[in-house]
Design a protein around this ligand. Structure first.
Ligand code: ADP
Ligand code: GLC
Length: 482
């Protein structure tokens, strides 16, 4: 089964968050499950640079008159066949894929990402005579217009199934309505039964409305987004599509996240042999100038510093955590206020708190390897990957019971300890007090060395690989094509 995967990011070439990890892991996972996956990506500089034998497949004129080239080749770092939109004036810019260096969204984001969906629909409709996808799976708002262009395009009897995967409903790609007229879609597409959202143009809504099927990245989040609390204004539409909406839990790319083979960490370890983990912890404490105490429980945060991630709870509970002998290592970047608040804490507690502002893939691996607990107190979390990386690296996750966090972490209650299902710490109320109680549970277990080791060993052995999710995607695709 030929599958075209459409996304704005892909690990290891371009990553601002978990979307890239998933887009990077899915092709190999689906290929192993019997698909033939090709990816379509915007021609950001690192993607074009990685594309080998990238012949021009077609020269195209976008609906708004822009001339672009579509290249086809192989992404060397992934070994995956890729179509890349070569349009340097749109994609090769200083800043992130979405924002300029002043952290302002680019003024033409609607065109930059409409192009992605428009080209995807062209490929679905036979643009490459040598390869025809049966399924187009587009990811997040950047690729969401795919299904709208397919819905209004010339399908000519060919059945292409469209799947739209929501990684985060909070980022919607909403633009002023005037921009609708650039897109080349029929006027009636701009209606409540289409791309219109409170008078604005919404890419997210296009995906939710027109895709044959919607997936999101955990079963719990699939339920949560159908409620007014978590529906970001789209819960009504999502409820109306409940039969075409399902949650497929993300997984871990074990070729990238494996503490036994990880070249980014100083000492390897696994569930049976954990001496390397203790050495990773000592090495990081030493490097960061933290008190060199092997028995000080070391908490870690690797996160975008945004409202979503609930890190104000960590700030509120930090004094108590330190008073109880804990240490904290944070790696993150994002809102200036969070950056400043965490840096101030590191300044106040140089022996107990270390804060690195920035984006550093290799350092993230070292944090998971060194820490005892990974903190993920998110307000909402579609799936969350860092709690799973924590599990793999023996850094037990401490999480708020939402979304994919609820689906992957089992609290260390006495009964869960007794039946062997416990793998971390979960709190319900979104308050500093509830987080603090979970921290105290973690410290209590940490003090019982043999029990801690037993829970950690089971956590590290938990199957988190892609086989299960890949089988679920394939089953979904087959059902849609039937
Ligand atoms: P989200 O996609 O909402 O940011 P996820 O938990 O799904 O959350 O994925 C985050 C990904 O980004 C993980 O791979 C995590 O290790 C990585 N990450 C987040 N912040 C940083 C950072 N500052 N440096 C390096 N990696 C980071
Ligand atoms: C989004 C979500 C995160 C999820 C990731 C990958 O960025 O915020 O929860 O893990 O996508 O699906």
């Amino acid at each position: 089964m030929n599958v075209l995967q459409v996304s704005a990011e892909i690990f290891p070439l371009l990553k601002t968050g978990g979307l890239a990890d998933i887009a990077g892991a899915l092709p190999a996972a689906l290929n192993a499950a019997g698909c033939e996956v090709r990816v379509l990506l915007p021609g950001f500089a690192p993607i074009l640079a990685d594309l080998q034998s990238g012949e021009v497949l077609a020269e195209l004129t976008a609906p708004w008159g822009e001339r672009v080239a579509l290249r086809h080749g192989v992404l060397a770092s992934l070994g995956v066949r890729a179509y890349v939109i070569d349009a340097p004036h749109l994609y090769v810019r200083a800043g992130t894929p979405y924002e300029d260096v002043q952290r302002q969204p680019y003024h033409d984001n609607h065109l930059r990402f409409a192009l992605l969906g428009w080209v995807a629909a062209k490929l679905a409709c036979g643009l490459d005579p040598s390869w025809q996808p049966a399924v187009v799976n587009s990811h997040d708002w950047h690729a969401a217009l795919t299904s709208a262009y397919l819905a209004f395009g010339p399908v000519q009897g060919r059945r292409v199934a469209s799947v739209y995967t929501v990684h985060n409903l909070a980022y919607q790609g909403v633009f002023a309505p005037i921009h609708f007229f650039d897109l080349g879609l029929p006027t009636h597409a701009f209606s409540v039964n289409g791309l219109e959202f409170h008078g604005q143009l919404s890419f997210m809504k296009a995906g939710l409305y027109f895709a044959d099927h919607i997936t999101t990245v955990s079963p719990t989040y699939a339920r949560e987004i159908q409620t007014p609390e978590q529906g970001c204004g789209l819960d009504g539409l999502l409820r109306s599509r409940a039969h075409d909406l399902s949650g497929i839990l993300n997984a871990v790319d074990e070729a990238v996240w494996n503490p036994a083979l990880d070249a980014a960490i100083p000492y390897g370890f696994d569930a049976q042999k954990t001496a390397g983990k203790a050495r990773c912890k000592a090495a990081l404490q030493q490097e960061l100038g933290l008190a060199l105490e092997p028995d000080a429980p070391l908490f870690g945060v690797v996160s975008r510093l945004t409202e979503q991630k609930g890190l104000h709870l960590v700030l509120a509970a930090l004094d108590a955590l330190i008073a109880r002998g804990g240490q904290l290592v944070l790696l993150g970047t994002g809102d200036a206020a969070f950056e400043a608040a965490f840096k101030a804490r590191a300044f106040s507690y140089p022996q107990a708190v270390s804060v690195r502002i920035g984006y550093d893939e290799a350092y993230a691996h070292r944090v998971f390897a060194a820490t005892d607990v990974t903190l993920v107190p998110s307000r909402f979390e579609p799936c969350g990957l860092t709690q799973m990386y924590g599990l793999k690296y023996g850094s037990l996750p401490l999480v708020h019971r939402v979304g994919g966090l609820a689906d992957t972490v089992v609290d260390c209650t006495l009964e869960n300890l007794a039946d062997g299902s416990a793998n971390g710490f979960v709190f319900d109320d979104f308050t500093p007090e509830a987080l603090d109680r979970a921290v105290r549970r973690a410290l209590a277990l940490y003090a019982r060395k043999s029990e801690w080791r037993a829970v950690r060993q089971r956590a590290m052995q938990q199957p988190l690989g892609w086989d299960k999710a890949a089988a679920q995607y394939v089953a979904l695709y087959l059902r849609l094509l039937a």
